[in-house]
Design a protein around this ligand. Sequence first.
Ligand SMILES: [Ca+2]
Length: 357
Amino acid sequence: MGSALAGLAGVVVAGLPIVASGQGSLEGWSLPTVEELNPGPERRSAPSPTPNTSTPRPSSGGTMRAGRTFRDCPDCPEMVVIPPGTFMMGSTTAERQWAVSNGGKEQYFSDESPQHLVTIEHQFAVGKYEVTRGEYAVFARDTGRDAGEWCQVLSGGKEVKVDGRTWQSPGFFQTDDHPVVCVTWKDAVAYTAWLSRRTGQHYRLLTEAEWEYAARAGTTGMRYWGDDKENGTMCRFGNFRDQTFKDRYMSWSHTATCRDGHIYTAPVGSFRVNAFGLHDMFGNVHEIAYDCYHDTYQGAPSDGAAWTAGECNQNWRVRRGGAWRSKMWVVRSAYRNWAGNIFRGDDLGFRVARSLR
Ligand SMILES: [Ca+2]
């Protein structure tokens, strides 16, 4: 497996250029390799239940140590401090050609261009894991949140809206450590508002640019573990449409050639982290971002802010990262998709961000 930093030439994190042959650094932070972050054999254990309830405090310089993890309350999501930096958002023509040659259609990917530089000057924190069913249950109990009446699920080999399917009953087995599914953009925003009230901190959804920055974690290629174009090593990094899935859904194509051990969702943290220390940025569930979906990057913000200007066509909101039954060409840092703000799917969940100043 190559270094997580392969192909980093030209990337700047917090003003410091990173070279392809070495590790980037900034004050209090040195980008680790994927190997360093994932010692020993595969990490298959669920996240530690031991809460760290300390809230990060800025140092005298007004910043916090990137990579630090914390929780604002025992059943709040565990968070990771992400360093400021600059990255190229979107995909290259060559990457889109790979996606087309692997079964996608050219028009699926035109929204990944034009590539543009985004500079995120603010430090922020990102959920180390996708929000779990157990975490969402605390919110739902506390607020009496309606679970809805239907969810679009995989049934009989097809994606159909089924009455009675909810986050509590998506149609497959989940424990409290699995990512919550069958929740809407509105549910996710309500969760962050509730978490903010509960903690006195500013929780929110990631912006689309923050999501791609956090997923890339300094990498410029297709995937944060390297350009695994044969789809054979990805099962160490996430839960995808793999050979385990194919055992159950034999007629489905575009599967990974490896085996990740899960047909449906997997417990969060079952797979390796990226260089920012985040699990499951690809696979498991699509992650809802705050932004309205736009079908081009023409006019996109360059500062990492949410893009909500203009019409939010049919209330379409961005979702990112691919899920347990996504095709292989979806599993890329640059890939974009959307869902209506009241859509519920058995492969759709979310991750939270927290502003740090
Ligand atoms: Ca799988």
